[in-house]
Design a protein around this ligand. Structure first.
Ligand SMILES: Nc1ncnc2c1ncn2[C@@H]1O[C@H](COP(=O)(O)OP(=O)(O)OP(=O)(O)O)[C@@H](O)[C@H]1O
Ligand SMILES: [Mg+2]
Length: 223
């Protein structure tokens, strides 16, 4: 039997975890819950420290399937006007994460989601008039004019996943976003940090982490 782990390596920061239970729903909720129950293990107790900023959480994913699962979880917390900036080494898992997220939005696990590195922007209409922009700025020179990609205007009107945001100048950054950083460990697992930038994500991140913790706790109980 294949053994996979998605371990919470550490979790730090924030004042006041909301008591509301975050809501996943329908078949997708069950699917995600099963996936995490089967494949996750809480390696270190998760702890939120009061007052620290920015809010940040870190997970370690053993396989690309685990990264897709993480993408499915994060998808539940996203809608129009959300932006995720995806940093990290070549081949670290940014597109894999985005694939899980986009497939979840379409409730289609076999949907073809390719890397946007050549087209720069793969656009998906996931509900009538609502768009996901999956971008990869790697091939662009640092600080170049991004207006041809609709940046910054599209931030408010769509859901944006942007790989290699380091190519952006500071004035193109959205006012609030989730920053993710992917690192390749020596054993090929991936260490992924999620950091809230701005008020919108300071509100969302605790709820996202709480949901994942609940799944991890369920796994502990089941094992
Ligand atoms: N533990 C792991 N987690 C995620 N991906 C893994 C893991 N081990 C190996 N891989 C492989 O690493 C690759 C990740 O590729 P992906 O396109 O997602 O990276 P990327 O960060 O988008 O790269 P780029 O910067 O080139 O766009 C995949 O081929 C995947 O199968
Ligand atoms: Mg990529």
């Amino acid at each position: 039997m294949k053994r996979v782990t998605l371990a919470v390596a550490s979790a730090v920061a924030l004042g006041g975890v909301p008591s509301v239970a975050a809501s996943l729903h329908g078949s997708f909720r069950r699917q995600v819950a099963r996936r995490f129950c089967r494949s996750t293990r809480l390696s270190v107790g998760t702890e939120w420290a009061s007052g620290a900023t920015p809010l940040s959480w870190e997970v370690t994913c053993a396989t690309d399937e685990d990264i897709e699962s993480l993408g499915r979880c994060v998808a539940e917390f996203l809608g129009t006007a959300d932006v995720i900036l995806l940093k990290g080494d070549l081949g670290a898992g940014k597109t894999t994460f985005s694939r899980g997220l986009i497939r979840a939005k379409f409730d289609d696990e076999s949907m073809r989601v390719t890397s946007p590195s050549y087209l720069l922007d793969n656009t998906y209409e996931y509900d009538e008039g609502l768009y996901i922009h999956h971008m990869d700025l790697y091939r662009l020179p640092t600080g170049c004019d991004l207006s041809m990609l609709g940046i910054p205007g599209i931030y408010a009107s769509s859901l944006c996943l942007i790989e290699w945001p380091q190519r952006m100048s500071a004035d193109h950054l959205p006012p609030t976003y989730l920053e993710m950083d992917f690192k390749i460990n020596a054993d090929e697992s991936r260490r992924i940090s999620l950091t809230a930038r701005g008020a919108r994500w300071e509100d969302k991140l605790p709820q996202l982490v709480k949901e994942t913790q609940e799944r991890l706790a369920a796994e502990e109980e089941d094992s």
